[in-house]
Design a protein around this ligand. Structure first.
Ligand code: AMP
Length: 178
C-alpha cells in the first residue's frame, strides 16, 4: 500500500527468510530482526496508529503469538483495549472458540467471551496473512461476540496463497507483500 511504501522497503530488507521451516517447502518469514530493531518497531507502530487513529477503534484483537507483538504497542499508542486470540486451552476464563481447516487436520482458536463487547469496532492484527484460516476464524470469533471487524491488518501478506479470499468483505492492509 502506498501509505506504507517507505516502511515496506525497510521491513522487507530486515525480514529473514528461512527455507524449509517448520517443514520442507515452507519459506518462513522471520520477523525477529524487525522486532529487534527499536527504531523500526516504533516506525511500524506509528504507521499503523496513523492509519487507525481516526477510525474509532474500540478494541484490537491480536492473534497468538507474533500478533501480540504488533498489536500490544499499537493498542497502547491508540489508547484502546487489547483482546487476545489464542490456541485452544491457553486462556483461563470462559471462551468462545472456532475451529478451522489446516493443510492437514484442524486447529481451534479461542477468545474470552467478554473480550469484545457488543457493537465494538475491532481491528484484527497478526504478523502474517498466509491462507487466511487463522484470520478468518478470528473474524468469526469477533462477530460471534457482537463485535464489528473494521479491518484486519498484517505486517506481511503471502499474496500467492490468496488468504484474503477467506476474509470476504473485510479490508486487509499489509505492509509487505510477497
Ligand atoms: P494462515 O492461517 O495460513 O493465514 O497462517 C497465518 C498464521 O501462520 C500467522 O499467525 C503466521 O504467524 C503463521 N505463518 C503462516 N505461514 C507463515 C510463514 N511462511 N512465515 C511465517 N509465519 C507464517
Amino acid at each position: 500500500m502506498s501509505e506504507f511504501q517507505e516502511l515496506s522497503q525497510k521491513i522487507r530488507a530486515r525480514v529473514r527468510e528461512v527455507p524449509d521451516f517448520p517443514k520442507p517447502g515452507i519459506s518462513f518469514k522471520d520477523l525477529t530482526p524487525v522486532f529487534g530493531d527499536g527504531a523500526l518497531q516504533r516506525e511500524l507502530c506509528h504507521a499503523l496508529a496513523e492509519r487507525y487513529r481516526k477510525r474509532r477503534i474500540d478494541t484490537i484483537v491480536a492473534i497468538e503469538s507474533r500478533g501480540f507483538i504488533v498489536g500490544a504497542p499499537l493498542a497502547v499508542e491508540l489508547g484502546v483495549g487489547l483482546a487476545l486470540v489464542r490456541k485452544r486451552g491457553k486462556l483461563p476464563w470462559k471462551t468462545v472458540s472456532k475451529s478451522y481447516e489446516l493443510e492437514y487436520g484442524k486447529d481451534t482458536l479461542e477468545m474470552h467471551e467478554d473480550a469484545v463487547k457488543l457493537g465494538h469496532r475491532v481491528l484484527v492484527v497478526d504478523d502474517l496473512l498466509a491462507t487466511g484460516g487463522t484470520a478468518g476464524a478470528t473474524c468469526d470469533l469477533v462477530r460471534s461476540t457482537g463485535g464489528e471487524v473494521v479491518e484486519a491488518a498484517f505486517v506481511i501478506e503471502l499474496a500467492f496463497l490468496e488468504g484474503r479470499g477467506r476474509l470476504e468483505g473485510i479490508d486487509c492492509p499489509a505492509i509487505v507483500t510477497y
